[in-house]
Design a protein around this ligand. Sequence first.
Ligand SMILES: Cc1cc2nc3c(=O)[nH]c(=O)nc-3n(C[C@H](O)[C@H](O)[C@H](O)COP(=O)(O)O)c2cc1C
Length: 337
Amino acid sequence: MYHPALKTPLCDLVGIEYPIIQAGMGFVARGPLAGAVSAAGGLGTIGAGTMTGEELREEIRIVRSITDKPFAVDILFSSAGGKNVAMFSKDVEDHIEVVFDEKVPVIASGLGNPAPIVERCHAAGMKILSLTGNTKNAKRLADSGVDAIIAQGYDGGGHTGRVGSMTLFPAAIDAVDIPVLAAGGIADGRGIAAALVMGAIGVWLGTRFIACTEAWGHDNYKNSIVDSDDEGTIRTRCFSGKPCRMIRNETTAAWETPELMATLKPFPDQMPNVTEWLGEDPYMAGRRDGKTDIGALAAGQSSALIHDVKPAAEIIRELMEQASEALGRVSGGLSGN
Ligand SMILES: Cc1cc2nc3c(=O)[nH]c(=O)nc-3n(C[C@H](O)[C@H](O)[C@H](O)COP(=O)(O)O)c2cc1C
């Protein structure tokens, strides 16, 4: 039995046992990972960002072959019409069609504003959660009618904002009238307990679930997270043109020099720029081929808290045990046992 405070409104909102969502992560978070997390009582998420509609459908079917429990799909709602959010890109329209067709229980929006599909989601009985890195955007998303906000702090892996997690979590909770989940810098049960004590209804964890048996990615990538300490990552624009937290290596160091900084291009032009400079696709070099010295290895500061690569079910169990213990400590020994 875990601490009773770990049964949160998130569990009821999306129909899960434990208040832990595995983050949508491009390349890394596919059917096998999402299925394993959901089967273990959390909410697994497929990161649709880099997939075609049909690839997404295939990954959804993999999840359903593993478990009949709820899961999520994370869509990057990039707009085709500049500030006109009513016009999504063709890829996004494909993802939207597939999630409705496949009746996916939970949608996460990792980028942009899903406002145009919120009513349709609710009419279909689907929940929708939206990621943000600041309170201004949290308010805008809440006004769009989404079910909960995921506040991701500066510490987090991948594309990340400027506000630190310890400030952002309570600030976002105060800024909106809907529930908030905490993300960025959480990789053990102490972080989960702290987020709940601050008032979050659950957590959205990325980096912890890269160092996971079922995650897609080369073992060298997973082990680079295990080997990283608290200063082992850097927020750099060198791969995508937008600030993105990565494991430090030769490529990130080279792009800190004034010579290369001067050639940096804005999103989305930096990707071909760095690919030409490197002579290969940095994402494939890092995640698929395990070239940790030069490749793009998205990961958060929470790498410092991760000491092993193990199956999702073990990660969930360990997180719940640690969170129970931490909550028991602050509530005078009440551990729920
Ligand atoms: C490898 C990687 C890929 C990511 N890709 C996405 C993505 O496609 N969509 C998205 O919403 N967030 C993405 N993120 C951010 C995560 O969803 C999450 O917010 C972040 O990892 C949380 O911080 P943590 O890594 O400290 O747990 C990515 C993060 C990582 C580490």
